[in-house]
Ligand binder design. Structure first.
Ligand SMILES: O=C(O)CCC(=O)C(=O)O
Length: 417
């Protein structure tokens, strides 16, 4: 039986989003909320704890691989909903995170946001779909999903009407339309078109908003800031490795006695501070506000910079250089090493002797180890602790959604991974 009625389809095409109720059992929803509590180390029964670190912009919880998340990703009804949207069963799932947006107060002043998860300078933009699972009943004023209905059509019309070197900003599309906050019941799955201006709202209620993001797109493709892009065999292996190596992060957290979210925050902030040196052909205008107007490969570009190093060389964040495919000369890790030295303080029992902990941190700073997989290997080789954790359990459907088993092969043929 179809999940989406004709009315749902009409609504989807017109407005750019659709809500499908009751996609997973209630126990799956509370399991994700419990996982958020464990990942962040917060006692959710105590409102004061809602605002403790780790806090990420928009209420994002950068947890990607907990079993509870995987149980929803591989829920048959969720797969069916995306299959009906794509008119294609053969899908791969994204490893999206969760969200906890607490009521606004002096500690948390999230006003709400509206954006696209797309790099609007890319042409052609291959649009995708995204999804969010409501983990609790969510009122209109509770900081949940909001969007500008129909804005995917307005975006398409804008792109058609403008020359290819013009890039839309949300204001160009919103004009006088107001974002609409979409209330929902626990267990609702909302799927939205990536061309839709969307975000989440300001929470003026007295309860946090909890959600899990889930997306699916045809196999052998991935959702990126460039839209849906083709994925090669290396990309498939990277997907499998990300699932398989996921227990390294909780293992490192357990070893140093902190909640996993602190390890994620610590290492993300360190990596964000790795820079590279980019040489440009000429500078068009004096750099200001972290931006420079420069000529690269005979084209004028706006370059995000950390510092100007000489007349034609700039220090640029490595993540930015990667996204923009900029060629660079060398890496600079001094800012990142300063962050690596700021070890999260243990709040649980450490698995290492205090002397070994000091040694562990000396090694990671000296050897510039940024990744949890490498840290887990070091903990094992240097201190003899074993990572006992196993990756999330996958059903036959889950294995296909990761790309371990092909959609055209019987799942039972390749159960060995
Ligand atoms: O929190 C939400 O529902 C929207 C999330 C969002 O804006 C995004 O994932 O890009």
């Amino acid at each position: 039986m179809k999940l989406l009625s004709d009315q749902d389809r009409t609504f989807w095409h017109k407005n750019g989003y659709v809500v499908i109720p009751d996609v997973v059992p209630a126990a799956n929803l509370t399991a994700v909320i419990d996982a958020i509590a464990e990942f962040t180390g917060k006692n959710l029964a105590n409102p004061e704890c809602w605002y403790q670190e780790p806090m990420v912009g928009g209420g994002m919880v950068n947890m990607n691989h907990n079993q509870a998340l995987w149980d929803n990703r591989q829920a048959p009804k969720i797969h069916q909903a995306f299959a009906e949207i794509w008119d294609n069963q053969k899908l791969w799932v994204t490893y999206d995170r969760a969200n906890m947006n607490p009521p606004t107060n002096q500690h948390w002043q999230h006003r709400g946001m509206i954006h696209w998860d797309l790099d609007m300078t890319v042409r052609p933009l291959e649009l995708c779909v995204q999804g969010v699972l409501y983990l609790t009943d969510t009122a209109e004023n509770q900081g949940g999903f909001q969007c500008v209905p129909k804005s995917h059509h307005q975006l398409r019309d804008w792109l058609k009407a403008q020359p290819a070197d013009q890039f839309p900003k949300p204001e160009d599309i919103i004009r006088d339309c107001q974002p609409v906050s979409v209330s929902g019941r626990a267990g609702d799955l909302l799927i939205w078109h990536s061309g839709l201006l969307h975000g989440n709202g300001h929470n003026s209620s007295d309860q946090p908003r909890f959600a899990q993001y889930i997306g699916m797109q045809p196999e052998w493709t991935v959702r990126t800031a460039q839209g849906v892009t083709i994925c090669d065999e290396q990309g498939r292996q990277d997907r499998i490795n990300a699932w398989q190596n996921a227990p390294c992060q909780p293992f490192v957290a357990h070893t140093i006695g902190v909640a996993e979210g602190f390890v994620e925050q610590w290492l993300r902030q360190a990596v964000e501070k790795i820079d590279v040196v980019v040489e440009v052909e000429a500078v068009v205008a004096q750099p200001e506000n972290g931006k420079a107007k420069v000529i690269i490969e005979a084209q004028q570009q706006s370059l995000e910079i950390v510092e100007q190093l000489s007349e034609t060389t700039f220090r640029v964040p490595i993540n930015y250089a990667g996204r923009k495919n900029l060629r660079y000369q060398k890496r600079l890790t001094d800012r990142a090493t300063d962050v690596l030295r700021q070890i999260p303080a243990a709040t649980f029992t450490l698995q290492l002797e205090p002397g070994d902990l000091t040694k562990f941190f000396q090694i990671i700073v000296e050897e510039q180890i940024w990744g949890v997989k490498e840290m887990a290997a070091l903990i094992n080789s240097e201190f003899g602790l074993n990572n006992q954790l196993t990756p999330a359990q996958l059903s036959p459907l889950g294995r296909r959604l990761v790309g371990i088993d092909g959609w055209d092969t019987a799942a039972s043929e390749s159960q060995s991974t």
